[in-house]
Design a protein around this ligand. Structure first.
Ligand SMILES: [Zn+2]
Length: 244
């Protein structure tokens, strides 16, 4: 069952949506080798080391793109989340010809500038990585928030950080994730999508046939993106104490 906004999409976008929805998993070869980066990231967040969070986030994402054999993506970790009436900005993915692929994430809440919970932060980071995979490996011309997308995100979280997060305050990360999903439909459209390059992204890794699993990493050639500028933002819960 597609999300409600599916009905409002053009025929071409519907096709992209269905492709996205059909792939439930991103399989990362040797994902366990990334665990040290995850642990370093957790430690950095728990000790509120901003430098550590930046370094560990980059190392982790580099590790993922390396294992997947896809083009790298720049990771910029900013401090305080921007906010507006719809909530706080958690993460942002852009892909332009000039700058290439870029992930921005924020490590402190808008309301109190508190460090974001580890699990929430990690999920946001990996969420943006899934957008990157959509464009650079799946060859999609847009990256919709479909059920398949969220399942790919979950599969990534499981593989990258399966057993971690136990020390999280009960329910905190979970609540945020659910919230994110509630909002998945409204913020699903890429902003700044100037036209449609329809299948212009080259990749050998595609959801084949019934396409339950996306296996990447076997494709050697780096991806040359000719997709028009793309911006995807991830808004989450509004800070309750946000200044009105
Ligand atoms: Zn998103």
């Amino acid at each position: 069952m597609p999300f409600d906004y599916y009905r409002r999409l053009s025929a071409r976008d519907k096709a992209v949506y269905r492709k996205s929805d059909a792939v439930r998993e991103i399989r990362v070869p040797n994902a366990r080798t990334l665990l040290p980066f995850v642990e370093t990231l957790r430690e950095a967040i728990e000790t509120e080391s901003e430098h550590g969070v930046r370094t560990a986030s980059r190392a982790l994402v580099d590790g993922i793109t390396g294992l997947l054999g896809i083009q790298p993506v720049r990771v910029i970790v900013r401090r305080r989340r921007p906010s507006n009436d719809t909530g706080e900005l958690h993460g942002y993915y852009t892909l332009t010809d000039e700058r290439g692929a870029q992930i921005e994430v924020w490590m402190r809440t808008a309301a109190n500038e508190r460090m974001v919970a580890f699990r929430t932060y990690l999920r946001t980071l990996l969420h943006e990585v899934v957008h990157h995979v959509d464009f650079t490996s799946m060859g999609l011309s847009d990256s919709f928030h479909t059920q398949g997308f969220f399942q790919r995100e979950s599969s990534l979280v499981r593989q990258i950080a399966g057993g971690t997060g136990k020390r999280e305050k009960a329910g905190e990360g979970k609540k945020s994730v659910e919230h994110e999903r509630e909002h998945g439909e409204s913020r699903a459209r890429g902003r700044g999508r100037a036209g449609d390059a329809g299948g212009a992204v080259q990749s050998g890794a595609r959801p084949g046939g019934k396409g339950e699993v996306l296996e990447v990493g076997k494709v050697g050639a780096p991806v040359k993106s000719v997709v028009p500028p793309v911006q995807l933002s991830l808004f989450g819960e509004a800070g309750a104490e946000r200044k009105g």
